[in-house]
Design a protein around this ligand. Structure first.
Ligand SMILES: [Zn+2]
Length: 223
């Protein structure tokens, strides 16, 4: 039996990380630990003596103490039976070198290590087009993009013939620029950390799903 792999996926929203993460979960038996989801599902958990909750800290824009995040991750791993024999994928975490080091310690506690860190590399300009250009058919939900995937007949859905389309209201270019900037600022040190310990793999994410999937498979030594 092939040894289980514990990996970290790094990539900005719009890099295609989510789609590849779904693929790894469905086809390669990875259990995904998404810290964003963990925090949302534990938002009412009180984290200090003054009664502050995780949800409150998040909505106030403050940073959660590392310990809170790490304890949640550890508890989640403990829930998984024979976790050391399972493929685990950490998504949206770690965000700092300190968290990365702590994650190594947690993994060691289970007799494991972080085997690979996949970084989805893509230009901000491409991510911006992917996100800003995205819209969907109001009737059947088919997704289109102004830059990459237009309906064959302008303004008419290929699938259902619908003529109404929805765009997400929060896809504002200015806030997207801020988000990308913040992403790069916070992740550069983590990338550096994983590069130094020799587990970082870079995947060209500016390609179609199948090509990116191929790079992911190769980088992780899967088949
Ligand atoms: Zn449609």
């Amino acid at each position: 039996m092939m040894a289980s792999k514990w990996i970290v996926l790094m990539g900005v929203a719009g890099s295609g990380k989510g789609t590849q993460s779904e693929y790894l979960a469905k086809e390669q038996n990875f259990t995904v630990i998404s810290v964003g989801e963990l925090l949302r599902s534990n938002k009412d958990k009180v984290i200090d003596a003054s009664g502050e909750t995780i949800g409150h800290v998040i909505t106030s824009g403050a940073l959660l103490p590392d310990k809170v995040v790490l304890d949640l991750v550890k508890a989640e791993l403990e829930k998984i039976e024979n976790v050391a024999s399972k493929n685990i994928l950490f998504d949206g975490f770690p965000r700092t070198p300190g968290q990365a080091e702590a994650l190594n310690k947690i993994a060691e506690g289970f007799g494991k290590q972080i085997d690979y860190v996949l970084r989805f590399v893509i230009d901000d300009a491409v991510v911006t087009k992917r996100i800003m250009g995205r819209y969907k058919c109001s009737k059947c939900g088919k997704i289109y993009n102004d830059y990459f995937l237009k309906p064959i007949k302008d303004g008419i859905c290929d699938v259902c013939g619908g003529t109404e389309f929805d765009r997400r209201a929060d896809d504002n270019e200015e806030s997207l620029r801020m988000r990308l900037k913040e992403y790069h600022t916070t992740t550069v040190a983590v990338v550096d950390y994983y590069s130094k310990i020799g587990v970082l793999k870079e995947v060209n994410a500016d390609a179609d799903f199948e090509s990116v999937k191929k790079s992911v498979i190769e980088s992780l030594g899967l088949s």
